[in-house]
Write a new protein. Structure first.
Length: 313
């Protein structure tokens, strides 16, 4: 069975703050700003350089990312044994990592928060071992990486005996002497493989930007929750169909291009004109060229009858 890579993430869908008519919306303070709106959780499968939407959950801004997505993570049929799930810090849960690994045979990749003891311990071990390697991404010239094996004991649940093992990749940015820690339940992976897998995740941020800026995901025409949900589903389906199309040979020429660029450059194929002829309850549709041939074979009286109609075209 071929393993697939999936990315789990949430995004805010904002509406007018002062409009209280948006059904089931909530108001929260995010990044110092008060906002009203909803939250969308998506599970995407990585295909080439793009992500295919596989499953979604919809809630309000007050919903925590993990709680909104929990049922989807644990039950989605899109996650199969040997697959990989990439999360961000909003989905940190030792219990879910354990369940995905044990019950669903899915490996998880997730970064640790700096206020976690597991983060501090992993950084301390990496510093003491001093086995730093160059970051595999050439754009990150100031960063180095190190593997911390058997990191499962550094981050324990309420039932430590049930915890699965973890490997950690510690990233050291020498430019500002900062550290980042990424853990995975796939203990066969080294530091280079861990960070290369996690770096697939930024693609989803560009997908969200495209959906909001160009596909008008937040451009709701109604404050009714059923209309809002319908708008979201239709927009995501349209985007999904486009993503699938660019994966084909015919649509590959549009890969990596935004919707405005595509609309600007797209030349619709020429379609031959047709003529509809009807009389009473009967009608027929003829390609324009075929109609001309028929017209030329008509007797003069019939042609004269048609001329008065064709003169109006």
């Amino acid at each position: 069975m071929v393993a697939d890579v999936h990315i789990l993430d949430c995004t805010e869908l904002e509406v007018a703050l002062r409009n209280e008519n948006y059904e089931e919306s909530s108001v929260v303070k995010l990044d110092g700003e008060t906002r009203r709106g909803y939250k969308l959780s998506t599970l995407r499968g990585i295909t080439g350089d793009s992500g295919i939407i596989e499953d979604i959950r919809f809630g309000t801004l007050k919903d925590h990312d993990l709680e909104l997505s929990r049922t989807m993570i644990l039950t989605s049929p899109m996650l199969k044994p040997q697959d990989v799930l990439i999360n961000d810090r909003g989905f940190l849960s030792r219990d879910i990592l354990n369940e995905l690994k044990v019950r669903r045979k899915v490996d998880t990749y997730v970064p640790l928060r700096k206020n976690m003891l597991a983060y501090e311990d992993a950084v301390s071990i990496a510093k003491s071992s001093n086995q730093w390697q160059a970051h595999p991404n050439r754009k990150r010239k100031t960063q180095k990486i190190a593997l911390v094996e058997d990191a499962g004991t550094l981050w324990q649940s309420e039932c430590p005996e049930s915890d699965v093992m973890l490997n950690a990749c510690v990233v050291w940015d020498t430019k500002d002497d900062s550290y980042y820690v990424f853990v995975t339940t796939d203990t066969a992976k080294n530091a280079r493989q861990i960070i290369q897998t996690y770096e697939l995740r930024p693609e989803i941020e560009e997908d969200y930007r495209q959906l909001k800026d160009f596909w008008r995901l937040e451009d709701f025409k109604s404050t009714k929750i059923n209309v809002i949900a319908f708008h979201i589903v239709c927009t995501l389906l349209g985007y999904l169909m486009f993503q699938l199309y660019v994966c084909t040979d015919e649509g590959s020429c549009w890969s990596g291009k935004s919707l405005p660029v595509i609309l600007k450059k797209y030349i619709p194929p020429h379609k031959p004109k047709s003529v509809i002829v009807y009389s009473g309850q009967f009608f027929a549709i003829f390609p324009f060229l075929e109609f001309l041939h028929i017209y030329s074979d008509l007797d003069p009286l019939t042609r004269n009858a048609l001329d008065s109609v064709l003169a109006l075209l």
